[in-house]
Design a protein around this ligand. Structure first.
Ligand code: BMA
Length: 366
């Protein structure tokens, strides 16, 4: 009897592993995001933060992952670590930005153990043309990967590799780490093969639902928080290019600051653009009971030393944003050392960033 009871308990405990689901952890990250949004204090995120910075990069056998431009500047890690799976579909060892996938898995685990959250995007290559995500030379790509299309099987094979990788993100007890999953982003633009210029709304929605059903029902990948993140231009396209409430958890905004720092309109234009977008998305999200996020932002090279307090803080002020993520600090062996979006020690906005991150207006991982 005792043995039978013991087995039953062991079996119950194994169910989440069998199903790849860690329900309580998923509920926990939902609550962390919702609490942040409700309190008006977004979690700060940085793309690739533990993988490389402005002048360094981890080696493939790195295990500690204690280096971070954000930590070196503000004394705390970003709460959200953004990572991209682009390249996994080709079985590459490194993603499109030079991150070793094995090291990335270890970084993800380390970040989760520190108490942070993960946001995964996928700059998938173009399955029809063989080009990259930005290859919009053939506007039948989405059509070709939908059921019945000539590239359907190929794309589903790619998706399997994505599922395998996400399923492999496990803590020391073997539980899958839940993640914010942000595929097919900026879909209202015209620069990715899944963008509005490349497919009909129906095709985009079908693609999203196909991926959702396959990942969650067939591969049973648990703990995914599905985030849809349009860009600020043409936001009204979201009304049609939206797969449906049952397929989405988070509504994000991708919106960058552009323009010359010496022009007096650059910062006001950015603030106005973000606030107009968040006005729209806040209503869109709240009427559907979804979580609002600022999934990508930044000002390349941060040419304004007070950008954090003068631009980003006022842009966010008053909105229930769960997290705000600045894009990567590129490290292509010095080739693109201007392509950075978070400060590093010695960079011009360091002081302002430290003030903003310690102002109580944004939350880092302490
Ligand atoms: C873009 C740029 C690219 C990069 C891509 C995916 O915004 O940073 O250099 O390859 O994101 O991370």
């Amino acid at each position: 009897m005792i043995l039978q009871k013991f087995n039953a308990v062991a079996f119950m405990a194994a169910i989440p592993l069998i199903l790849n689901i860690s329900c309580s952890q998923e509920t926990d990250i939902r609550k962390v995001l919702t609490d942040a949004a409700d309190s008006g204090v977004p979690l700060y995120g940085h793309q690739d933060d533990l993988m490389y910075g402005h002048s360094w990069r981890v080696t493939a056998d790195e295990c500690e992952f204690d280096r971070s431009d954000v930590y070196a500047t503000a004394g705390a890690y970003p709460f959200i670590l953004g990572l991209d799976l682009g390249g996994i579909e080709l079985d590459n060892c490194e993603n499109l930005d030079g991150n070793d996938f094995t090291a990335m898995r270890r970084a993800a685990l380390k970040h989760w153990q520190r108490g942070g959250l993960l946001a995964l995007s996928w700059h998938s290559r173009n399955p029809l043309t063989g080009g990259d995500s930005w290859d919009v030379s053939d506007d039948t790509t989405v059509e070709s990967i939908l059921p019945g299309g000539i590239m359907h099987d190929k794309f589903m094979g790619w998706l399997d590799k994505v599922c395998d990788y996400i399923i492999s993100l496990r803590d020391d007890d073997g539980r899958q780490i839940p993640v914010i999953w942000r595929p097919l982003h900026e879909h209202n633009g015209d620069w990715f093969w899944w963008c509005a210029s490349e497919c009909s709304a129906e095709q985009y929605n079908s693609l999203w639902i196909m991926m959702h059903d396959y990942m969650t029902k067939v591969r049973k990948v648990g703990g995914l928080m599905w985030e849809i993140s349009p860009g600020s231009l043409g936001l009204d396209l979201l009304i049609e290019r939206y797969p449906g409430d049952e397929y989405v958890d988070i509504i994000g905004l991708d919106c960058y600051c552009h323009g010359d720092a010496s022009l007096e309109n650059t910062i006001p234009d950015y603030i106005a653009k973000v606030r107009a977008s968040l006005d729209f998305l806040k209503d869109f999200a709240s009427s559907r009971n979804k979580i609002l996020a600022f999934s990508e932002t930044g000002y390349e090279s941060i040419p304004d030393a007070e950008w954090w307090s003068k631009a980003l803080a006022p842009a966010l002020e008053g909105y229930p944003v769960s997290y705000v993520l600045t894009w990567r600090n590129a490290n292509d062996e010095g080739k693109r050392d201007w392509h950075y979006f978070s400060p590093w020690p010695g960079s011009s906005s360091e002081k302002d960033f430290v003030e903003w991150t310690s102002s109580g207006k944004v939350k880092l991982l302490k």
